[in-house]
Design a protein around this ligand. Sequence first.
Ligand code: TRP
Length: 331
Amino acid sequence: MKKRVFSGARPTGRQHIGNYLGAIQNYVSLQAEYECIYCIVDIHALTTLQGVEGVKNLQQNVREMILDWLAAGLDPKKSILFVQSEVPEVTELHTLLSMTTPLGWLMRVPTFKEKVKMQPDNVNYGLLGYPVLMTSDIILYKAEFVPVGEDQLPHLELAREIVRRFNSLYGDTFPEPKPKLTQAPMIVGLDGVQKMSKQLNNHIELAATAEETAQRIMTAYTDPTRQRKSDPGHPETCNIFHLHEAFEPMKTKDIPAHCRSAQIGCVDCKKLLAQEVNAALAPLRERRHELASRPAYVSDVLSDGARRAQAIARETIREVKDRMNLIRKDT
Ligand code: TRP
């Protein structure tokens, strides 16, 4: 039998090439070998969004994200694709696990401490419970592998601890989920310094037009030590070169030599990159366009995903409640 993979991502709207190279491509390729469950974690999003203003784009963000996922090759015939809040069993498991998770473990989580600094006016209870909810996501489906970026390793370590504790208190119930680190290196944004992110506006959307893509690439920073076209470049520290490598490692293998010897200038190098990115994304963009014209189909994909996920979730909840002696027995 195929082993099960689970991963979740917050609904951040249109995905960018950093999300694509860093996570989505990996999700797609895992479908061949594993039974995959991919979830848009809208409840987790509420740990940082608040009020009518805060939540107003949630539905749209979910919609944009699922369009990108489907266009990129996540296949509802192979995988379960669903929205977290549509399988409310996860909140039940979260509450039950919260009874076996020591407070100290949660207060030590690095992302919690960061969030407390970042949003001192909204240190809500859910923020502390974030890793418990994430653990619930994974183990509700008894997933064995979790594709994540390195930033999520502390959360996953905690998930394993929560599982070990539950299993030792109530008997072997859950497998310990193992991380499946993405091979792709971190994609730096167009500012050349920070990780590509929508928030920093240093990104290229998958759904961007070819023109927008080219325009954004032309504004990107390159090797800062290269002032004139005649200066030799340093591809190893150049953001644009790393994108060449990520997109077309074979076709662009001459670029480092040509850059070092100043045979190619940054403008031409960026034009080449824009062509590569646009050519690589053209089929995805076409599929996305087609999917966007069939909202009922996309909606059905998510409903069907939730239904299939819920069937698994119900069984796990039943088992957990039984372990915790929450099931009434006729005496
Ligand atoms: N915490 C993850 C992130 O911010 C999102 C997430 C929620 C997740 N539940 C998950 C990832 C379960 C993997 C498995 O990226």
